[in-house]
Design a protein around this ligand. Structure first.
Ligand SMILES: Cc1cc2nc3c(=O)[nH]c(=O)nc-3n(C[C@H](O)[C@H](O)[C@H](O)COP(=O)(O)OP(=O)(O)OC[C@H]3O[C@@H](n4cnc5c(N)ncnc54)[C@H](O)[C@@H]3O)c2cc1C
Length: 494
């Protein structure tokens, strides 16, 4: 019996596999496709995703393949707001094509010992009190204690788990291609036509994509009945001509895919031993470049909670806290994309709202609120009632900090364990040696925003203060019952 089977080897499933492997969880990722998806869907990562990579020591390998765009990606449907500086070392969009992101995440999952089975499609499952029996196309069976559906917007797991997916169906479909042009239309002419068409049709676009290719997006003639069938080159050409009067001399494609403006959110993220993450839990049009970021951060929030459940120390409610934390974040993203869809409408009403919002966005607090949502830095896992929170930090992500001893916070988070940063030098952490580490810091040198901080494995603040009792309550709430004294092996890395 495996600990966890993940259905879907996209970015969410691969990130989750790595997070689980950090805790020694036996995990298998099933991926239906035999080969990685070549389609460049996501083009970039927002600041919180970049921070997440830094927390796990992965950022250098992503930076080596990406480009930093400081302050980018903060607008709303093309409306730019006042310039705001974010409280992060990574105040930029990291431009990196999705196939590269997927590859780097797959490499990392493999390094950590996750099994990725390509060409393996989950077809059915049955769950009982102890686990889930997973049936693959072709007849193979696997048994696991938990199943996570990271199998995209048309998730088989979600459907078979009977989890509703309410929202709005697709009203518009777009075709997206990475295409090769024959050179019959000069580059300046391609750019001129594109900007002319975009005056009326903001959903249209064509521009260079590197490697001598162009990336083009064009509305489809209608919403396809069977969205599993990829568009044909002929269909793509026809739509290019319909919108711009030319097919730009497209002669071949590296990838051709369709997407829609369907907007839906799973009713629940859990049904017994089955969980959902990423596009399997939420879909929306790609306005603002949010989906992959949301999925990565779902995986980051879920991994340690599920690992705790597998290890047997999860306190009550820890796993369900995943849905409580992440579903409202997805709801906010859906609100953002719904609003952007409206703002793109040429109708007078939405145009009036657009005008007004453009003015409001010049106000620094408005631009800051929006930037916090778009980048994911503003997300807060609401503190529970009764949480002591004199520093107003609980539930917020802790930014990277210099620790005053040559190290930074992000040097201590690679293993995904809890972390007590103790600037008082007096706080004990004996009972949780297998779950959290204590680092004693010199308060005059470390840039701590409180005398001591307890961080969850996902980098969020579980507690901030200086009293041992408050700390112990937070430890029990997030890391479960302490081990008996005789079982303590270690507990300090400082
Ligand atoms: C045009 C476009 C542009 C985008 N731009 C951005 C952007 O700039 N920024 C951003 O953050 N996001 C963007 N997105 C969204 C992003 O691509 C998705 O949100 C992201 O890929 C979701 O990752 P996922 O792992 O949850 O799902 P997916 O990437 O869909 O992966 C799911 C995987 O599950 C597999 N699978 C499906 N069914 C089964 C099964 N039964 N058994 C086994 N495997 C199965 C699939 O083959 C697939 O590999 C964009 C999307 C589009 C369409």
């Amino acid at each position: 019996m495996h600990d966890v089977v993940i259905s879907g080897g996209g970015p969410t499933g691969l990130m989750l596999a790595s997070e689980l492997r950090l805790h020694g969880v036996d995990v298998v990722v099933l991926e239906r496709e035999a080969q990685p998806n070549p389609a460049v869907r996501s083009l970039g990562l927002h600041a919180r995703s970049v921070e997440v990579l830094a927390l796990r020591g992965l950022l250098d390998r992503f930076l080596a393949h990406g480009q930093r765009y400081p302050g980018a990606g903060r607008g709303l449907a093309g409306l730019e707001g006042a310039t705001v500086e974010l409280d992060s070392d990574h105040d930029y969009v990291l431009g990196i094509p999705q196939p590269t992101t997927d590859r780097l995440l797959a490499e990392r999952a493999a390094e950590l010992g996750a099994q990725l089975r390509r060409g393996a499609a989950l077809e059915a499952f049955q769950q009982d009190a102890d686990g889930v029996l997973v049936l693959l196309a072709g007849g193979d069976r696997l048994r696991a204690r938990w199943l996570v559906g990271c199998d995209g917007g048309r998730s088989t797991v979600r459907r078979l788990a009977g989890i509703g997916f309410p929202g709005e169906p697709a009203s518009t479909e777009w075709l997206l291609g990475e295409i090769e042009l024959d050179g019959s239309v000069a580059p300046e002419e391609v750019a001129r036509i594109a900007s002319e068409v975009r005056v009326l049709h903001r959903g249209f676009g064509i521009g260079p994509a590197g490697d001598g290719l162009h990336r083009a997006v064009v509305p489809a003639a209608s919403v396809a009945e069977d969205r599993t069938v990829p568009p044909t080159l002929e269909e793509f050409r026809t739509q290019l001509r319909a919108y711009s009067g030319t097919d730009f001399g497209v002669r071949a494609t590296r990838s051709l895919t369709r997407f829609t403006d369907a907007t839906r959110l799973a009713e629940r993220y859990r049904a017994g031993r089955v969980l959902l993450a990423g596009d399997a839990a939420h879909v929306h049009p790609p306005l603002g470049g949010q989906g992959l970021n949301l999925g990565l951060q779902d995986a980051f929030a879920l991994g340690w909670r599920l690992a705790a459940e597998v290890a047997g120390w999860a306190p009550p409610g820890l796993l369900d806290g995943y849905e409580a934390e992440r579903r409202p974040v997805a709801e906010q993203v859906l609100t953002l994309t719904r609003a952007q869809s409206e703002l793109l409408s040429p109708e007078p009403g939405p145009q009036a709202v657009r005008h007004l919002l453009g003015e409001l966005l010049q106000l620094e607090p408005v631009a800051r609120l929006l930037a916090g949502r778009i980048t994911g830095l503003g997300i807060r896992d609401e503190p529970a009632e009764g949480d002591d929170d004199p520093f107003d930090l609980v539930g917020r992500r802790m930014r990277d900090l210099p620790l005053g001893d040559g190290r930074r916070l992000s040097d201590l988070t690679h293993a995904g364990r809890g972390l007590l940063l103790d600037g008082t030098g007096t706080l004990p952490l004996e009972g949780w040696p297998d779950r959290a580490d204590r680092v004693a810091l010199a308060p005059d040198r470390a840039a701590l925003p409180a005398p001591a901080l307890l961080l969850r494995p996902d980098g969020r603040v579980a507690w901030a203060g200086d009293d041992g009792e408050g700390l112990e309550r937070a430890l029990e709430r997030w890391f479960g019952e302490p081990q008996p004294a005789s079982d303590h092996l270690s507990g300090a890395v400082g």
